[in-house]
Design a protein around this ligand. Structure first.
Ligand SMILES: CC(C)(COP(=O)(O)OP(=O)(O)OC[C@H]1O[C@@H](n2cnc3c(N)ncnc32)[C@H](O)[C@@H]1OP(=O)(O)O)[C@@H](O)C(=O)NCCC(=O)NCCS
Length: 452
């Protein structure tokens, strides 16, 4: 007979540990709440989102962002719905434009399709609002002036348009009054003509014009992947070029469009938007995971120089602890308390990506001429980008300034990394006596030194 009492205990423990995790996560989210408050986020969603079973949850998450004081502009597209209904394949479209031709005789009907989708979002906000965030108003509007894409390579794109300018003052007025704004992919020209635009281009122009802190691009994909299909957590605009070209050169229409989304995301960052996030709308809670957890869940595009190497500060202690805790649990690093990190904080160097500590290392003076490199760690999603090396060379310069001629390190899991960084394995008796005395024999750490 099955032991149900044991199972019950297990599930009680499981639910306690999941509650504990939620509490820990909620506490840790304070810094994200503070850093997002008052910021402007432009969110681009393609027409595919309307088929996602999590669309209503996404709306709830947008309301949550609004509740914590984020200034939100949502730009939706209707590409899938338009392609389903209208046959654009009749005219050959050059790949590098990756734009479809919107015929003059179709634009009224297309604008009707788009209007229905906008109304659907409006209704979803209304139903999401009543139980969660009463008082938040969604304003649907035209916050841009469009112009025709024109004739390219001998092809007249007719009612396919692009952004002529963004109504920045109007957007600011509406955002200042606390509204959440919805822009569709239909725009009007100064002559009153309707144009079908691409939502990612609209979102990019709005994000650049408003100097938004973030642009968030939501698609069916989890983010940018390498040629083997592994998700890439972080890209600089330069690194994006390769992935953009790979996608834009594809035979597949959806991949080519994704290439365009990467291109726009990188352009936004190059033009002053701090960060672009490419995440999926096909899974539940991606927006929350990307914005409120250190690991995120998609691809972040930001400039390399957003990674600042600086001295540790007392206020970094909790984050350093978050970064190294999993490595302590796996035995790669020794356990350090928050108090210990605070007391040693002046010896720490950290890499800060817009307020988030993504790598750290410490230098501890052992004798006048010898120092120990310790606690060197890079968070998973920022590995293999040279951050470890950058920290190490900063510690080396610091050590030289202090008159140190030899640095050493004790490691269980990164021996080869130190060898590649010109350390040589040595024995315990070559360490200063004071360090030999506190060597933990149970850990069996390997010892490496480097003359500097
Ligand atoms: C060691 C560590 C700090 C390197 O961080 P990083 O920012 O990825 O370092 P870099 O980008 O400068 O170097 C990456 C290169 O080192 C290699 N590398 C990373 N960790 C390695 C390891 N443990 N052993 C051998 N090589 C390693 C990577 O494969 C990469 O090589 P490539 O450029 O040829 O692809 C990081 O892997 C880490 O946090 N490890 C766990 C903590 C730890 O063991 N710390 C040392 C104890 S003091």
């Amino acid at each position: 007979m099955k032991d149900y009492s044991k199972n019950t205990n297990l599930s009680t423990n499981d639910s306690k540990s999941s509650t504990d995790q939620s509490i820990a996560w909620f506490r840790a989210s304070t810094r994200y709440i503070n850093s997002h408050r008052g910021c402007t986020f432009v969110i681009a969603i393609d027409g595919e989102v309307f088929y996602s079973p999590y669309f209503q949850d996404l709306i709830a998450d947008l309301l949550l962002l609004k509740s914590i004081g984020v200034r939100l502009i949502l730009v939706h597209g209707a590409r899938s719905q338009i392609l389903e209904t209208y046959n654009h394949g009749a005219i050959e479209v050059p790949n590098d434009e990756n734009m479809t031709i919107t015929r003059k005789d179709e634009i009224d009907a297309i604008s009707g399709v788009v209007g229905t989708l906008s109304a659907k979002i409006d209704a979803m906000f209304l139903s999401g609002r009543t139980d969660r965030s009463d008082g938040i108003r969604l304003i649907r509007g035209n916050f841009l002036v469009a112009k025709p894409l024109g004739v390219k390579k001998g092809i007249d794109f007719q009612q396919t348009g692009k952004v002529r300018h963004v109504e920045v003052d109007l957007l600011h007025d509406q955002l200042d009054s606390g509204c959440l704004l919805l822009q569709s992919n239909i725009g009007y020209s100064v002559t009153g003509e309707l144009f079908n635009l691409c939502e990612i281009e609209i979102a990019t122009e709005i994000a650049i014009s408003l100097k938004a802190e973030k642009m968030i691009v939501m698609t069916r994909r989890n983010g940018v992947t390498d040629a083997q299909g592994n998700l890439i957590a972080h890209l600089s605009p330069n690194e994006s070029v390769h992935h953009m070209s790979r996608m834009k050169g594809s035979e597949n229409e959806e991949e080519r469009f994704f290439g365009k989304q990467i291109e726009c995301s990188a352009r936004a960052v190059e033009s002053g938007v701090n960060r672009t996030h490419m995440i999926s709308h096909a899974s539940n809670g991606t927006l929350i995971r990307e914005l409120f957890t250190p690991e995120g869940c998609g691809t972040l595009i930001s400039k390399d120089d957003s990674k600042k190497l600086r001295k540790g500060r007392i206020s970094d202690a909790a984050e350093i602890l978050n970064l190294i805790r999993p490595l302590e649990e796996s035995g790669l690093l020794i356990n350090r308390s928050k108090e210990f990190i605070e007391s040693e904080i002046n010896n720490f160097r950290v890499i800060d990506v817009e307020g988030e500590i993504v790598a750290c290392a410490a230098l501890h003076l052992e004798t006048e001429t010898t120092a120990e490199v310790s606690c060197i760690a890079t968070s998973d999603q920022y590995r293999n980008k040279g951050l470890g090396k950058k920290l190490l060379s900063s510690l080396e310069s610091q050590a030289k300034k202090l008159g140190v001629t030899q640095i050493f390190v004790l490691t269980t899991g990164a021996a080869h990394w130190f060898i590649e960084n010109e350390f040589t394995e040595t024995s315990l008796d070559s360490l200063p006596k004071s360090r030999q005395l506190i060597y933990d024999t149970a850990r069996k750490s390997k010892i490496f030194i480097k003359n500097i």
